[in-house]
Design a protein around this ligand. Structure first.
Ligand SMILES: [Mg+2]
Length: 215
């Protein structure tokens, strides 16, 4: 029997791709849409800390049409942020290095499938990933764990599973699905302030090649 592979699930934006999605501007626009539609008052500061999906859920509670307009606004921001975006430094080398070691690699993103597929192809990353799960494929977005569970199903039996991402929503989704979270980038303090306990944290993707994955 071949040994079960180690599965590493990667977030996309600001983990594998250096996208410039203006999340603050986007959340502000969505909060404005809610206020204009007569949503119950909530502090702006609290609204701007919510995952996008929770803002859309507040819109959906007012009207499906509003939720639809909010998704349109989100898709426009994603497309703007991905236009001309490059791969994160060393992303390709690190994915190739992990594959060489027999790891199974997957992508899990809250972005739409069309934009994700186009960006993966443009960045020459698609062939390095075994699975790609997007917003179009999951019942609920990160921080909900359903996307992580879907990747686990697709991957079949694995010896261990990890999720690498730059945001607390990645960590929450991983921990809720029983998968170890490896944080990446400058937002460790935010993740820990929200109660997450990353298995590891790296600030350069090349450090992934040196982690004790088999531990
Ligand atoms: Mg991200």
């Amino acid at each position: 029997m071949p040994e079960r592979p180690t599965l590493v699930i990667f977030d996309f934006d600001n983990t594998l791709v250096d996208s410039r999605i203006d999340y603050t501007g986007l959340r502000t626009a969505l909060a404005d849409m809610l206020a204009e539609a007569g949503a119950p008052p909530e502090s702006r500061e609290a609204l701007l800390r919510l995952p996008l999906i929770e803002l859309v859920e507040r819109g959906a509670a007012l009207s499906p049409a509003l939720a639809g307009r909010m998704w349109t606004r989100i898709e426009a921001a994603e497309a703007d942020g991905l236009r001309g975006a490059g791969a994160m430094p060393y992303a390709r080398e690190v994915l190739a290095g992990l594959r060489q070691r027999g790891f199974r690699l997957a992508l899990l993103t809250n972005n739409a499938r069309a934009g994700t597929t186009a960006a993966l192809a443009a960045l020459d990353l698609a062939s390095l990933l075994d699975h790609a799960v997007t917003r179009d494929d999951v019942p609920r977005l990160k921080p909900d764990p359903s996307g992580v569970r879907l990747v686990l199903e697709q991957a079949g039996p694995v010896r261990a599973a990890y999720l690498v991402g730059d945001s607390w929503i990645d960590g929450r989704a991983a921990e809720a699905a029983g998968v170890r979270f490896v944080g990446f980038g400058p937002r460790r303090a935010d993740a820990e302030a929200r109660g997450l306990r990353p298995w590891a944290w790296v600030t350069d993707l090349r450090e992934l090649l040196d982690l004790a994955w088999e531990a």
